[in-house]
Design a protein around this ligand. Structure first.
Ligand code: HRO
Length: 310
């Protein structure tokens, strides 16, 4: 076991880092660049049954503290990502496939096809896209989430993960975790998707900075780090039989280490990857290795959940 090796679902990863779905993963050449990078694994752009062009541009903007996006699920349709999964060298680098159907039936059709393909792809079911006009987030409707997980467990019938939105109330942590814990095939929980429906204002132009939804969009980066850590830790505490993937606010080895302490097994990088490109993974690995060695941890797993309370 090397200093950085990590594991999830009994699978070994060279290191705990991967992209956040949506960043650098829409096209095969972007996925190939992640495969060639120092990331330990990679995840595809959330897919729908049919290809989508997404919302009108500009639909992503970086700010000094992070980013805002309202991409609107632009993707090439699930067969494109399934094709990638069928040609991918899973032994060299594990591959996650993010699935975000617009309806329960769409998700079941995609999950059945992925199951049928019988490749060792790891499904991350996105219950938290904040940006499709007229489609509320599944994971903010606990009855809809329960129905989705019941159907997904029945149709997919093998372990999978869920991408969760941030929650902001202890009662919601409790209720969401109780729903997830009803489904043993939900083997991992990715916390968090962007904080939805925020508004960034450019005072020079007295204007919003992205076109869709009158400027409302999901924020990531520095804005979301403490919320991400709280959600990772809240689900780590409440879902002892599940593993957690941390996502939100990672731009150096320090934030990777914080996610590990909070309970994450793997850690995704969104805004900082968008801004810096796939070369970021080599830097983050070097910074994490230095930090783990200085702190006396043998590997990322040794730090997992080691957060102290006062
Ligand atoms: O495509 C998007 O607008 C998008 C998705 Cl699906 C998501 O899950 N999270 C996000 O910030 N943007």
């Amino acid at each position: 076991m090397s200093l950085l090796s990590a594991s999830l679902l009994g699978i070994e990863f060279a290191n705990p880092l991967l992209n956040a779905s949506g960043v650098h993963c829409r096209y095969h050449d972007e996925l190939d660049a992640l495969f060639q990078s120092a990331a330990g694994s990679l995840v595809t752009k959330s897919c729908t049954l049919a290809p989508r062009t997404g919302n009108p541009e500009p639909r992503y903007a970086a700010t000094p503290l992070g980013s805002i996006n309202s991409m609107g699920l632009p993707n090439e349709g699930y067969p494109y990502y399934l094709d990638y999964a069928q040609r991918h060298d899973h032994a060299a680098k594990p591959l996650f496939m993010s699935v975000a159907g617009l309806t329960l039936d769409d998700n079941m059709q995609m999950l059945a096809a992925i199951r049928e393909a019988a490749r060792p792809v790891i499904v991350e079911l996105n219950l938290s896209c904040p940006n499709v006009p007229g489609k509320p987030q599944i994971a903010y409707d606990f009855e809809a989430m329960d129905r989705m997980l019941e159907a997904a467990s029945r149709v997919y019938a093998q372990p999978f993960g869920v991408k969760m939105p941030p929650y902001f109330d202890i009662a919601h942590f409790d209720e969401a975790a109780a729903v997830l814990n009803r489904y043993p095939l939900v083997a991992f929980v990715t916390c968090i998707n962007s904080i939805g429906n925020a508004l960034v204002i450019d005072i020079e132009h007295e204007s919003v900075v992205i076109r869709p939804k009158d400027g409302f969009g999901g924020i990531g980066g520095d804005y979301v780090l403490p919320t991400a850590l709280a959600n990772v830790n809240a689900f780590h505490r409440r879902c002892p039989a599940k593993e957690i993937i941390g996502c939100g606010g990672v731009k150096s080895g320090a934030e990777v280490f914080m996610h590990l302490l909070a309970g994450a097994s793997l850690v995704q990088v969104g805004t900082a990857l968008q801004e810096e490109g796939p070369g970021i993974f080599a830097r983050l690995n070097a910074e994490l290795a230095e930090l783990l060695a200085r702190k006396g941890y043998a590997n990322p797993q040794a730090a997992r959940g080691k957060l102290r309370t006062l």
